[in-house]
Design a protein around this ligand. Structure first.
Ligand code: PLP
Length: 432
């Protein structure tokens, strides 16, 4: 058996989701990635200690910074995403915060949108301002010129989600990346709802991709985790990012130039967020995310198939006011979905019931197969009331901007038999 698969980037997505980044020969021929449950690693002798410290040799010394199990996960996601490097974090929020703090310093600005996971909006617009970093919100994310209007000398990133949570809105990535790059600003995309199987943001101009790996990547609701991936060709030397020039001068001795130029963002992210802030994922958790990724493409096909069927079913139901899913032809994002998501959309969708909050609560409390939970991307179907459970940190106005009303319900459609899911929703809607 040849194990070339661990580093062959030409192999298909499903082959790489099983093999990329792992070679059994390096691990006593264990076929499954071992969990390196070790806080620290022996140097062996002083000469090796020096070589590792001064980066003359690759290796591991302390799990707060790097661990062999995490390394496989990081290399695997970089391969699936088409990036040069990745790092794993203790949560999606940990990854998002670390990435933004690598880009912006006090006095800088980040441009973002209201149609996102509520905690990300809160982080950028309420928490980061207390650190001197201003979050600027584009009120209409469908209007790309509105992003450009907010770009100024202080802008350090445009931050969006590939599929907004919970509206499932789509921004014209190519156009947005073009505008951002014209001004020397990187585009950061949270690709949690799509995963690299359905959408690869780097192919459409993104520079950094972040994940809540807790969701579809892990896929089984077992583990909280985050990932950050770098594309590797952004010019950090364009005058907007003096912190990277400083890092290059002071912190990168003995790193080969080809690594420095294609992984500069990740190297600095590593030094700050893992070494200094201590935000690394545990090896045990990295193992669970790796297990999930092994079946990612198969699960995403089924999630997308089931969610499409449910969107169509709901769109015809008399007790439903509106369904937010770009798979529907009358959805404002249908054309962008066809352009950017030819393999299908996520398992996520939201809908509004007729009868306000009381009707929504009736559905929530009467479904049997959909569990009421804040999580998404589990193989099992989940349902939630976003105004209280996921976007509670936002004002009513911010919630409306994100497509959340008192009658909104969000579902994360699992991979169960579709007939069972539709029958369950049907009986719950009949209770209204
Ligand atoms: N991004 C999106 C789109 C999410 O839905 C979430 C959580 O629900 C996060 C980021 C945060 O991820 P985590 O819960 O792993 O910190």
């Amino acid at each position: 058996m040849s194990y070339d698969a661990y580093q062959n980037e030409k192999l298909g997505f499903t082959t790489r989701q099983l093999h990329a980044g792992y070679h059994p020969q390096d691990n006593r021929w264990a076929k499954q990635v071992p969990i390196y449950q070790s806080a620290a690693f022996e140097f062996g002798d002083f000469a090796r200690c020096e070589r590792l410290t001064f980066r003359e040799e690759q290796g591991f010394s302390y799990s707060r910074c790097s661990n062999p199990t995490n390394k496989v996960l990081e290399e695997r996601i970089a391969s699936l995403e088409g990036g040069t490097a990745a790092l794993s974090f203790a949560s999606g929020m940990g990854a998002i915060f670390a990435v933004l703090m690598n880009l912006a310093e006090a006095g800088d600005e980040i441009i973002t949108v209201p149609t996102m996971y509520g905690e990300s909006v809160t982080l950028i617009c309420d928490i980061m301002p207390s650190m001197g970093i201003t979050g600027r919100i584009v009120q209409d994310p469908d209007d790309i010129s509105a992003f450009e209007a907010l770009i100024n000398d202080k802008t350090r990133a445009v931050y969006i989600e590939s599929l907004g949570n919970p509206l499932i809105n789509i921004i014209d990535f190519k156009e947005l990346a073009r505008i951002a790059h014209q001004h020397g600003v990187p585009l950061v995309v949270d690709n949690t709802f799509a995963t690299p199987y359905l959408f690869r943001p780097f192919e459409f101009g993104a520079d950094i991709v972040v994940y809540s790996a807790t969701k579809y990547l892990g896929g089984h609701g077992t583990t909280v985790a985050g990932l950050a991936v770098e594309k590797g060709d952004f010019n950090w030397n364009n005058g907007r990012f003096p912190q990277f020039d400083k890092f290059r001068k002071n912190g990168t001795k003995n790193i080969p130039e080809e690594i420095l130029s294609s992984q500069l963002f990740t190297l600095r992210l590593y030094q700050r967020s893992l070494s200094l802030f201590g935000a690394h994922l545990s090896a045990q958790s990295a193992f669970y995310i790796l297990q999930g990724i092994e079946t990612l493409s198969l699960r995403m096909e089924r999630h997308a198939y089931n969610a499409r069927a449910i969107a169509i079913y709901l769109s015809k139901h008399p007790k439903i006011r509106e369904v937010s899913s770009p798979v529907l032809e009358n959805n404002p994002y249908h054309a962008l979905a066809e352009k950017y998501f030819p393999k299908g959309l996520t398992g996520m969708l939201s809908f509004r019931v007729r009868g306000g909050k009381a009707a929504a609560v009736t559905v929530l409390d009467n479904v049997h197969l959909f569990d009421q939970m804040v999580n998404v991307g589990d193989s099992k179907s989940l349902i939630v009331y976003p105004a209280v459970a996921t976007h509670f940190g936002l004002t009513l106005e911010q919630q409306a901007d994100a497509g959340i009303y008192p009658d909104t319900i969000r579902v994360s459609v699992g991979i169960e038999d579709i007939e069972d899911l539709i029958a369950d929703l049907d009986q719950a809607l009949a209770m209204i």
